[in-house]
Structures are given as C-alpha cells and as structure tokens.
Write a protein that binds this ligand. Structure first.
Ligand SMILES: Nc1ncnc2c1ncn2[C@@H]1O[C@H](COP(=O)(O)OP(=O)(O)OP(=O)(O)O)[C@@H](O)[C@H]1O
Length: 587
C-alpha cells in the first residue's frame, strides 16, 4: 500500500476524531459532488515555472479545458469502469498540458456515481484507537487508552469496501476530508485481512516524515531501490539481492519504474498483481522537481490507468464546519482567491487575547525562525528548568541515515522545558488529549511520589503549584511505578531524587482543562518484517509558541498565527500557503 507523494500533507498526526460521532445515515449510492473549482483568471503576463506547474494542477483538478485522455492502451482497459472521457479519445481535441486519470472526479465522472460496488447499508463504525496502535506506528504506547469511536462517512465506507474486495484505489480530497482517518482504517482492515502474513501489507510514503506519521517506511527504504535512478531491470537485481518486496509510488516516473519492477518480479498482472492504495492531495505537496524538469505527477504515469481501478474525491470536509471558511480554503486550493476572500483573510490580521494563558502557535517556513521564537519566549521565563535527552535505538548504523530518519520524528533529541512553558502534545492519548493538544507546564515531579500524600504535602507546603492532578501520559507510565512504588516512595521521602517529569495542564477542545504527568513515549520506524530501523524514546511534548509549517502539516490546530502578508502581496497561492491555513478548525 502506498501514500501519494502529494499526500504528505494529509498524513495526519491527529488521527482522532475527538468524539465526533455521526449517526449512520440510510444507505444511498453516492453521486460524489465535485468540489467547486473556480475558473482561473486568464494570465496577463508570462508565467514562471512554478506558476505554470500550479496552473497545470488547477486545470487537471478542475477538469477544464475539456479533458482529452490519451488513447487507452489495451492493458489500461482493465479499469472496471469505462473512462468517462474515453469516447472523446477518438475525436480530435485541442491538446492540453496535463491529463487526469480517466475517472478522475472533477471531470464528468463527478456528476454521476463512481462506484460499481454495491453501496454498504450505512456508515461503518470505526475506532481510531486500533488505527493508532498499528504495529508499525504506534510507538509502543502501552498505557491503556480510550479513543472515541467514529463513523466513517458513506464516501469513506465505500472506498474501504473496495479495498477490502482487493481493488487498487486512489482517493484524494481537500484538507480535512478524512483521507488520513480512512487510511488508518484501511491499514487496520488490511492488517486484519492478512493477519497470518503480516508482511503482505506494506505502508510506505515518499518521505521520512510522512512515513513516520503513518507508521510506515519510505518507499526507497522498503523496496531497497536506493535512490531509484537506475533502470528498472538493474533495480530488480538489486531488490532480489536484498530479498525485499516493494510497492508504492512517488512521482510519475517512479510509479512507472516500480510497476515495471513488480511486473518483472511477479508477472501476475498490473503492478505485479499487488493491490495498490494511493492517497494524497496533489495541491498540498506536489513531487519535488529536479532542476527545471517539469514535475510528472503519479496520475500521469503510463502505468497509472492500468494499475488504479478506482479514483475518488472525498468531498465532505470534517475539520471545518464553517462553510464560508471551507469555501475560502477551496478558492485558495485552486489558487483563485476572490477579492472578498482576500479581504476576509486580511481581516484576520489581529491580535487575539485568550483568557487561558495560552497563545496561538506561530507557523514559520524555516526551522531557524521556529527555534528563535521558542527560545526567546523560553528566555523570558525565570522558572525551574529540566532537560530531557532522547534515547535512540534501531538497526540502522549509518550515522547520516540515522540522523536523517530521526529528524522525521516530531520529538526532539534534546527537550528543554521550564515551568510555564507553552507545550504541545505530540501523541494521541485519548478522546480529549490528542496530538496537537496545547498546554502549559505546571511543575516537575518525581514520578514515584506523583499523586501520593507526600506529593500533596509538598504542594500544600509551598510547592510550585496546587490543584488536583489526574492521570499519567506516556508509554513508560505503566512500568514506572508512578505514585505507587513503595521503595521509590520511601527513597523519595528520604530525599533521593528520581528524574522529575512535567505535570502539564492541557486545554481541552470544548473547554475545560486536564492535568497529567507526562512520561516518555517511543516512536519507531518498523519494517513489515518487524525489524525496527530506528526508534526514539522521549517525552511526547514540544515547545509550542512556534512550529514549522513542515511539521504542522496534517495537524488539526485550534489556534495558529501565520504571516500571509508577503503571499498576498505577490499574489502567489502555492501549496505551502494552502496547507497551513487549512489546519485550524475555525477562523
Ligand atoms: N468520518 C468522520 N467522522 C468524523 N470526523 C472525521 C471523519 N473523518 C475524519 N474526521 C475528522 O476530520 C479531521 C480531518 O481528518 P483527516 O486528518 O483524516 O483529514 P485529511 O483529509 O487527511 O486532512 P489533510 O489533507 O489536511 O491532512 C480530523 O479531526 C478527523 O478526526
């Protein structure tokens, strides 16, 4: 299984639906309404390379000018559904720069049902907990967790059904349409289906950070193709030597190459008979181009059509409920903001006072700016400080490779915290504490005395903060003897100090606060064979006055501050710009 290159932005760390429950609706075949694609304004000047590229995606996704698919090769007619535009192929049509998959929503396929499979009787119930705890992803969270169940929408359910039936599928959708939630469910379902042969399911992504987020590995690492620059035949030899199987996609050329390799090795139909699930949003992060070379999207691969049987466009936006905001984001997605929307975005330029003591997280494109902003705020605090160094493991020994892979984890190598520091939780814990929850460090406490009478006495007797603490977060919590280890308790009473951990007060999504002791967690990248390539044990916290746009991708944040001034001045609305504003729930 694979994740589209452009799907990096959609690979979420917030897998939780936070208790959003949807009543199952009656079963109906879905007519997949299109996301509104505004008509682009005619360019009044010569476009730059990147603008041309953006225009190409816009045209492709918007489905105009009338799409003319290339004549279908014999093998490509393996798509169950006939291409809605296939008839047009015979007639001469004006040439266009970019073709979409034949059944791409946004072409006339959007106006009619796109599923040949029988619709299910209603929504499927899912439980994101099991998805979080997929073996490769989950990072060893052993503390008991309660994640609220969610219902997949009809759109999501139907795609899941096709996947269960063994079809190769591509699904896309704008930010917040539940691509990642569905992906988690697909992973869970396929793992269950192939429980006896766990390495039959491979979760891959095109970059390390995306791989970490979905609990998979990079396609390069998984397939053993290295950089993948050699011809397919040479790569086959390399893979055979490495005894690794492969599956996935990145850009069009790599997709073709992987298809060829799979076919040479397995020789049982398209993509060697491997079921391929591809997801992503080509608007969020398109493939990286080498020099001036024009990017070739996966859907432009020669072998795409014969491999991918079904293409879907998820249309229901779950993240934002305000339709005006959703429309504004869609306009931005298509790079065609109306004056009204520009004014609305500009009107957001204001300081907001929050009465809970936490400010918004400021998003920056560069890591240096993030570090500067966070360390400036830290230096203003004259409070107790604690430093936490990560413990790193894994089978990879090359230091450069290790460094690169470790940098994909959200957890830093060295975490310095102070009392009153603004922090963000980077792990899903339960229905109220999720990846992205914001909080403040209240105090540091020896876990052995946390929650004991001694702890209460210390707090009452002028300890740093009073109040009721409840709960512990972190994989190490269950075996650390928190609060209950008599030996450690006695030692603590006698003045022997264990490493103290932070008690953090988190703001809950619908008001309220929750205090927990935060203990270390484990992040790891694991091959389907069970080999742990790299792992990091660290507190699931980061400083959160500022964070990089890169790391914010895919997170659902309640408060963000983004400087879009320069963007509006230049009139550039690229993917980097689109992704961050789509993260907040409201505006
Ligand atoms: N069926 C559903 N019912 C309720 N909530 C859902 C459902 N599917 C997704 N959500 C919620 O919607 C939000 C966005 O979902 P998700 O992160 O999967 O979207 P996405 O398409 O991957 O977004 P992005 O492209 O920005 O990464 C999350 O808070 C998720 O819990």
């Amino acid at each position: 299984m694979s994740k589209a290159r452009s799907g990096l932005g959609s690979v979420k760390r917030d897998w939780s639906s936070n208790g959003v429950l949807h009543e199952p609706r009656s079963s109906q075949e879905i007519a997949w309404p299109p996301t509104q694609a505004p008509q682009p304004a005619a360019p009044s000047r010569k476009l730059t390379g990147s603008e041309l590229r953006l225009k190409a995606i816009q045209e492709a996704l918007a489905g105009y000018p009338p799409a003319v698919p290339p004549p279908l090769a014999k093998s490509s007619v393996q798509n169950k559904r006939a291409s809605p535009t296939a008839q047009l192929a015979a007639e001469p049509q004006p040439k266009r720069a970019r073709q979409l998959p034949p059944d791409w929503p946004g072409t006339d396929a959007l106006s009619r049902p796109t599923l040949s499979a029988k619709p299910p009787s209603g929504y499927s119930r899912t439980n994101s907990k099991s998805a979080f705890n997929s073996p490769a992803s989950s990072s060893g969270t052993s503390a008991p967790k309660k994640i609220a169940p969610i219902f997949l929408s009809q759109e999501q359910t139907q795609i899941l059904k096709l996947v269960q039936d063994g079809d190769s599928v591509f699904y896309t959708g704008s930010a917040g349409t539940g691509k990642s939630v569905l992906l988690r469910e697909i992973i869970k379902t396929l793992r269950k289906k192939y429980a006896k042969t766990p390495d039959a399911v491979a979760i891959t992504a095109s970059t390390g950070i995306a791989a970490c987020n979905i609990g998979g590995v990079t396609i390069h690492s998984f397939s053993g193709i290295g950089l993948g620059i050699e011809p397919a035949e040479e790569l086959v030899a390399k893979i055979r030597k490495n005894k690794k199987s492969m599956i996935s996609m990145v850009d069009g050329d790599l997709f073709d190459k992987l298809e060829k390799i799979a076919t040479i090795i397995r020789d049982v139909g398209p993509f060697g008979g491997i079921q391929v699930i591809v997801t992503g949003d080509f608007f969020q992060l398109p493939p990286v181009t080498k020099g001036v070379q024009q990017v070739k999207f996966a859907f432009e691969a020669e072998t795409w059509k014969k491999t991918v049987k079904h293409t879907f466009n998820l249309t229901k936006v779950f993240r934002q409920s305000d339709q005006t905001f959703v429309n504004m984001l869609n306009e931005m997605r298509f790079g065609n903001l109306s004056q009204k929307s520009i004014q609305s975005f500009k009107s957001l330029s204001r300081e907001i006072e929050y009465d809970d003591g936490l400010g918004p997280t400021e998003l920056f494109p560069r890591r240096e700016d993030v570090e500067r902003s966070n360390s400036t705020r830290m230096s203003r605090l004259r409070t107790t400080e604690e430093t936490y160094a990560s413990v790193d493991g894994g089978s990879i020994s090359d230091p450069n490779q290790r460094e690169k892979m470790l940098s994909n984890f959200m957890a830093p190598y060295r975490l310095v915290l102070r009392i009153d520091a603004q922090v963000m939780l980077i792990k899903n814990v339960d229905e109220t504490l999720v990846n992205g929850s914001m909080g403040r460090v209240l105090r540091f406490v020896d876990p052995a005395i946390y929650g004991t009478e001694l702890d209460a006495e210390l707090m009452a007797g002028g300890g740093p903060r009073g109040g009721v603490d409840a709960g512990v977060v972190g994989a190490s919590a269950s075996n650390s003897g928190v609060g209950g280890d008599k030996k450690k308790n006695a030692a603590a009473s006698a003045g022997v100090r264990n490493k103290p951990y932070p008690v953090v007060e988190f703001m809950l999504p619908h008001g309220g606060r929750r205090r927990v002791l935060v203990m270390p967690e484990v992040w790891k990248v694991e091959l389907p064979s069970g080999e742990v390539q790299i792992s990091r044990t660290q507190l699931p916290l980061i400083l959160a006055w500022a964070m990089s746009i890169h790391k914010s991708q895919g997170q659902t944040l309640d408060r963000v501050k983004v400087d879009l001034g320069k963007v509006f001045e230049k009139g550039v609305f690229g993917s980097l710009v689109y992704a961050p504003p789509s993260n907040p729930r409201t505006f």
